[in-house]
Design a protein around this ligand. Structure first.
Ligand code: ZN
Length: 491
C-alpha cells in the first residue's frame, strides 16, 4: 500500500497516515444544514473529501465514510442562539420542518450527483439520533462538565479548561476566546459567554422539540457530530473532515464533548478545507454574490456571464490545493472549462490509440509521470500538482497524435491506466460530452441572444416583437422577469 501523508490540523504538520485498524479507515465529515439550495461553498468540502475517499479506496483501504445531515438544532446566531435555521425556513414557506429537510436534502443529493461526488457509506440525520444525543448529555453532566440552567444544559467550558485545554485544535486559549465572544445580554441562561448549549429548552413558538429529563427541547448543534461519529465509527476513529470555518467553535466543541464523555479526543487526524471567495470577497447572501450550484449549472445569476458544467466546477476546485483559498471568477471558470476540454480531448484520443495495446515496461518518461501524479495525490491530496503531470501526459498524447512522437504499446497502456485511475478514478472527473452540462452552456448562450433581441425590440418600442418573444418563451416554460439589475429568466 502506498504511503499517504495528510496535514493534521491538530499538530499543524504533515503526517504519515496510519489507520487504527490496518486496511480500514473511518472517516467523518460534517455535512450540510439543509435549509436552502446547495451552493458553491458546499461543492468544495464535498469534492475534497470525495477525492480523499477515492484515493484511500484506490490505494487499497476499505473506507466507512459518514457524512451527516443537520436537520435540527443549528440556530442562527453563534450556532446556539436565535431561531432554528430549518424552522425559520419552514415558517417563511409555511411548510412542515421535515418538508424543508426532505426538499433540500434531495436538492443537495442531486447537486452532488451532478458533481460526480460519490454518496457516503452512512448519511445520518441529527433528528434521527435524539436518543443518542440525550444519552451523551447525561454522560457529560455526570462527568461534571455541564450544568442545567432553566431547563437547558450548557457545557461548562471554564471547568473543562481547568482539566484539559479548550482550544487544542484552533490553537487558542480561553482568554482569546472570551475576547471573540459576544457578551451576555442578561437574557441568557449561560454562566459564561463561551459556554455552549448541549440541550436547549424549546420556547413556546419553537416547533421542533422532543422530551428529555430536563425539558421539552432540542439538542445543541455541536452535539450531533460527537454522538453520530461515536455511534458509527467508535470512540476513536481515523479522520474527521470539514471546512475551515467549522474548526472553531464547532470542532473545538466536538473535541471537548468527546473528552468530557469518553475520556479521549476521539479523532486521530483532523482535516480542513479552505474557503471559496467570489472575486476576492467572502460569499454571502447579504453581499449579493451568493451562487447556488443550480445557478452555476444553468448560468442564471447576475454574477455569472454563462453556465458552467458540473465537471468544469469540479476541475476548477481541483486546480487549487484544498488548504489554499480559491477565488471564483468568470475568467477562472472559463479557463478551467478550456483546460478540462483539453484533457478530455486527449483522453478520447488516447482511448482510440491505446485500444488493444499490451501493458509491459513503459518508457521512463511515462512511468515517471504516472508515479509523480500518484505521489502528488498521496502528498496531502496535491491535486494541482497531479493535474500538472496529467497535462504533461496530454502533451505526449498530442505529439503522438501529430506523429512527432512514437509511443510504445506499453506507454499507451500505462497512460490509459494513469487516466482511468487518476483522472477519472481519484480526481473523479468524467467526460460529459454533449450531455447535460454542455447543453446547459448552449441554452445559456441562446438565452443571452434571445433576451438581447428582446431588449433591442423594447428600445425601439417594437412592442409586437418584444411581446412575441416573451410569449414564445412562456409557451416553452421559460419565465422572464425584468429586475433593476437586468433581465432574469428561469425554466
Ligand atoms: Zn459537525
Amino acid at each position: 500500500m502506498r504511503d499517504l501523508y495528510i496535514t493534521n490540523s491538530l499538530s499543524r504538520t504533515k503526517e504519515l497516515f496510519t489507520p487504527l485498524n490496518p486496511g480500514h479507515v473511518g472517516l467523518y465529515v460534517c455535512g450540510p444544514t439543509v435549509y436552502g439550495d446547495a451552493h458553491l461553498g458546499h461543492a468544495r468540502p464535498a469534492i475534497t473529501y470525495d477525492v480523499l475517499v477515492r484515493l484511500l479506496r484506490q490505494i487499497g483501504y476499505k473506507v466507512r465514510y459518514v457524512r451527516n445531515i443537520t436537520d435540527v438544532g443549528h440556530l442562527e446566531h453563534d450556532a446556539d442562539e436565535g431561531e432554528d435555521k430549518i424552522a425559520k425556513k419552514a415558517r417563511l414557506e409555511q411548510l412542515e420542518p421535515m418538508e424543508v429537510v426532505q426538499e433540500y436534502t434531495e436538492r443537495y443529493h442531486e447537486a452532488m450527483r451532478e458533481l460526480n461526488v460519490a454518496p457516503p457509506s452512512i448519511e445520518p440525520r441529527a433528528s434521527g439520533h435524539i436518543i443518542e444525543q440525550i444519552r451523551l448529555v447525561k454522560t457529560i453532566l455526570e462527568a461534571g462538565y455541564a450544568y442545567e440552567s432553566n431547563g437547558s444544559i450548557y457545557f461548562d467550558v471554564e471547568k473543562y479548561n481547568k482539566d484539559h485545554h479548550y482550544g487544542v485544535l484552533s490553537g487558542r486559549n480561553l482568554e482569546d476566546t472570551v475576547e471573540g465572544t459576544r457578551s451576555l445580554d442578561g437574557q441568557s441562561d449561560k454562566k459564561a459567554p463561551f459556554d455552549f448549549a448541549l440541550w436547549k429548552k424549546a420556547s413556546p413558538e419553537h416547533i421542533m422539540h422532543w422530551p428529555s429529563p430536563w425539558s421539552e427541547g432540542f439538542p445543541g448543534w455541536h452535539l450531533e457530530c460527537s454522538a453520530m461519529s461515536e455511534k458509527y465509527l467508535g470512540a476513536e476513529f481515523d479522520i474527521h473532515g470539514g471546512g475551515m470555518d467549522l474548526m472553531f467553535p464547532h470542532h473545538e466543541c466536538e473535541i471537548a464533548q468527546n473528552v468530557a464523555s469518553r475520556g479521549k479526543e476521539g479523532v486521530r487526524y483532523w482535516m480542513h478545507n479552505n474557503m471559496i471567495t467570489i472575486n476576492g470577497k467572502k460569499m454571502g447572501k447579504s453581499l449579493g454574490n451568493f451562487i447556488t450550484l443550480s445557478d452555476l449549472f444553468s448560468g442564471n445569476n447576475s454574477v455569472l456571464s454563462q453556465a458552467y458544467s458540473p465537471m468544469t466546477i469540479r476541475f476548477f476546485i481541483l486546480q487549487a490545493h484544498y488548504r489554499s483559498t480559491l477565488d471564483f471568477s468568470n475568467e477562472a471558470l472559463q479557463a478551467a472549462s478550456k483546460g478540462l476540454a483539453k484533457v478530455l480531448g486527449a483522453a478520447r484520443d488516447l482511448k482510440a490509440m491505446a485500444a488493444g495495446k499490451q501493458a509491459g515496461v513503459a518508457s521512463e518518461k511515462v512511468q515517471e509521470l504516472y508515479d509523480k501524479a500518484y505521489d502528488a495525490l498521496c502528498d496531502d491530496l496535491n491535486t494541482p500538482i497531479a493535474l500538472g503531470y496529467i497535462f504533461e501526459a496530454v502533451k505526449l498524447i498530442n505529439s503522438a497524435k501529430a506523429g512527432s512522437l512514437k509511443l510504445q504499446d506499453a506507454d499507451l497502456a500505462l497512460l490509459e491506466r494513469m487516466f482511468s485511475e487518476i483522472l477519472f478514478g481519484v480526481l473523479g472527473l468524467k467526460d460529459e460530452g454533449a450531455s447535460d452540462g454542455k447543453s446547459a452552456e448552449v441554452i445559456s448562450g441562446l438565452m443571452d441572444m434571445i433576451l438581447e433581441e428582446r431588449q433591442e425590440a423594447k428600445a425601439n418600442k417594437d412592442w409586437t416583437k418584444s411581446d412575441k418573444i416573451r410569449n414564445s418563451l412562456t409557451s416553452l416554460g421559460i419565465t422572464v422577469k425584468d429586475t433593476k439589475d437586468g433581465v432574469e429568466w428561469s425554466l
